[in-house]
Structures are given as structure tokens and as C-alpha cells.
Design a binder for this molecule. Structure first.
Ligand SMILES: [Fe+2]
Ligand SMILES: [Fe+2]
Length: 137
């Protein structure tokens, strides 16, 4: 059973961005599943970190492209929140290299949960009005 389900509460009302959020949720569920089974090899963990980083960079890049395009007023603080997540992710990966513990996978899940839920609610939902007004749904 998936750990988290996407619900309309998380909708930002832009299909492409909602789809990206859903995809991130399913990869988070996958990590949770592996962490539970404790069958994760270090190479696999590295792969997971890299995959998450690619998701984040791609997703943040998409949101930020529209911030710039629409001169969105919340651009600076939102971009800062994105770069903080990437720094946190990098630090976690570093720590994993120093001490390869399965417990770090739970920290990774926590980071993802935090990004996905608090971030969507606190930051992403604020751009809906601006994006929709510029014709982006
Ligand atoms: Fe987002
Ligand atoms: Fe965002």
C-alpha cells in the first residue's frame, strides 16, 4: 500500500506541475518501500539520491521558468526554498557516504515529505493565482 496518496488538497491547478508532484510522491513511496525491506545496497541508495536530485532539479526548473516568465512576486523566497532543499539533499548524501546507514533513508523520506507537503502548501499553492492569470493551467 502506498505511504502517501496525492489528493486534491495538494493541487496547484497547473496540470504539468501537479503531474510532477504526483510523480515525486510515487518515487517517495518507492523509497519508503525499499527502506522498509532493508534490502538497499549502497549503489542503489546512490542511485536513489541521484534520481531524487534529477526530479527536484527538473521540477524546480519548471516552476522557476514560469516565475521568471510571469515575473512572479514570490520568486526570490521560493527559489531560496528550492535551493535549500537541494543543499539539504546534498548534505544527506554526503553523510550517507561517510556512514552508510539505512536510517538515513528515513531522513531522506522525511526531507521528501517535507518538500512535498509543507512546500506545496506553503510555497507552491501561492503561485496558482499568478500562473492561472497568465493562462497556465
Ligand atoms: Fe513544487
Ligand atoms: Fe516549489
Amino acid at each position: 500500500m502506498p505511504l502517501i496518496n496525492w489528493t486534491s488538497e495538494y493541487a496547484v491547478n497547473v496540470k504539468l506541475l501537479d503531474d510532477q508532484h504526483k510523480e515525486m510522491i510515487s518515487s517517495m513511496n518507492e523509497i519508503y518501500d525499499r527502506a522498509e525491506k532493508v534490502v538497499v545496497s549502497p549503489t542503489e541508495v546512490d542511485g536513489l539520491f541521484d534520481r531524487i536530485k534529477v526530479y527536484f532539479m527538473n521540477h524546480f526548473g519548471t516552476e522557476e521558468k514560469y516565475f521568471d516568465l510571469f515575473k512572479y512576486e514570490g520568486t526570490n523566497e521560493h527559489k531560496k526554498a528550492h535551493s535549500d532543499v537541494l543543499v539539504e539533499l546534498g548534505e544527506l548524501k554526503e553523510r550517507y557516504h561517510t556512514n552508510a546507514s539505512g536510517a538515513l533513508l528515513y531522513e531522506l523520506i522525511e526531507l521528501l515529505e517535507n518538500h512535498l507537503f509543507s512546500h506545496i502548501m506553503k510555497f507552491d499553492k501561492k503561485y496558482t493565482k499568478c500562473f492561472n492569470e497568465h493562462g497556465l493551467y
